[in-house]
Design a protein around this ligand. Structure first.
Ligand SMILES: NC(=O)c1ccc[n+]([C@@H]2O[C@H](COP(=O)([O-])OP(=O)(O)OC[C@H]3O[C@@H](n4cnc5c(N)ncnc54)[C@H](OP(=O)(O)O)[C@@H]3O)[C@@H](O)[C@H]2O)c1
Length: 305
């Protein structure tokens, strides 16, 4: 028999995935504690009306401050938590356990491949290594958890848009590299569903998630142009130039370098293994009950205002 949690805590409810996870948990009848670094902050993904109508309660907590995490969990009485990876959060994992959390839904990543041992990932695989560190910390603290391992977010492509030029420019690297473009809404719906309705009683469940179509960035930009009616010029950059541009926009250099490396060096078949890809797409419906969002639907809903 699986467990159902009537009170849950969501760390990072302002996030694209966290906000939807909180909403879905509320729809499923749970009392939802919204644990925020700044509890006065606006939550774009949850309207004021939704917040008032659901059973939501805001509380202060910073994942890099174990005492704040312990206190938030104790006040909430929650036994289940949703978590993002942030640098320096390891002490907070044990603090959660000490405060009564018995089950976590952790937003990990599909760059930890199904065949990989999380304890053997080299530090040079930065993105996989950093997420694996949190999965290991959860295992070491003996907290049962569901590791959600989504592939590439639909919104990633929009980082490449430069609106300071006219016409707008899409400044892309490895333009023919296909990605699955999973909508954060789909991930959030799965996260909120499995947060309230724990899918199994095993100590660790891994759920890979992927968007319904593999499309290159050129194809993604063609869809964006069609939906928005905008003229957007595609400018193809080399890996160095692209890395510098993203870093200058504030993205962490090791993460950007790793992302560019994946696109340039790693076989697409390793990211979307043929024997698993369909199952990863089907997991959205399987665990949340909702159909997957296509890239075009994502862009229509998001707009480019
Ligand atoms: N992009 C991809 O293709 C991809 C693929 C697989 C997995 N992922 C994972 O997904 C994550 C991004 O998800 P997203 O788009 O939903 O993120 P997001 O919209 O950027 O939201 C991040 C959330 O984390 C919260 N946060 C940051 N530092 C915190 C701290 N110290 N304590 C508590 N909360 C903190 C933020 O709260 P504030 O409002 O306080 O800032 C915000 O709510 C990535 O970081 C990665 O781990 C991404």
């Amino acid at each position: 028999m699986t467990t159902q949690y009537s009170t849950v805590i969501v760390f990072g409810p302002t996030g694209d995935v966290g906000s939807i996870a909180a909403l879905e948990a509320s729809k499923r009848g749970a009392k939802v504690w919204l644990a925020m670094r700044d509890p006065s902050k606006n939550i774009d993904g949850i309207t004021k009306v939704q917040e008032q109508q659901g059973s939501f309660h805001r509380i202060q907590a910073d994942l890099t401050n174990a005492e704040s995490v312990k206190s938030a969990v104790q006040q909430s009485g929650a036994k289940a938590a949703y978590l993002y990876r942030v640098n320096g959060m390891e002490d907070s994992i044990q603090a959660m356990k000490d405060a009564g959390i018995e089950y976590v839904v952790f937003l990990s990543t599909s760059v930890i491949l199904p065949s990989q041992d999380i304890r053997q990932i080299p530090q040079s695989d930065v993105i996989a290594y950093l997420h694996a560190k949190i999965e290991i910390a959860l295992e070491n603290a003996s907290i049962a958890h569901t590791a959600l391992r989504p592939a590439f977010f639909a919104g990633n492509v929009l980082r490449d848009l430069d609106r300071s030029k006219w016409p707008w420019e899409a400044r892309v690297v490895h333009a023919h590299w296909p990605s699955d473009c999973i909508a954060p809404r789909d991930i959030g719906r799965v996260a909120g569903s499995v947060l309230v309705d724990r899918p199994s009683s095993t100590s660790k469940e891994i759920i890979y998630l992927a968007g319904p179509q593999l499309i290159t960035s050129i194809e993604q930009w063609n869809i964006i142009k069609k939906v928005t009616g905008q003229t957007i010029e595609i400018v193809q950059l080399g890996p160095e130039e692209y890395t510098q541009e993203l870093v200058s926009k504030g993205f962490a250099p090791p993460i950007v370098k790793d992302l560019v490396r994946y696109k340039g060096e790693v076989e697409i078949e390793s990211f979307y293994p043929e024997q698993f890809y369909k199952e990863w797409v089907a997991n959205t419906k399987k665990y949340s009950g909702y159909e997957s969002t296509t890239f075009e639907e994502y862009i229509r809903a998001r707009g480019l205002a």
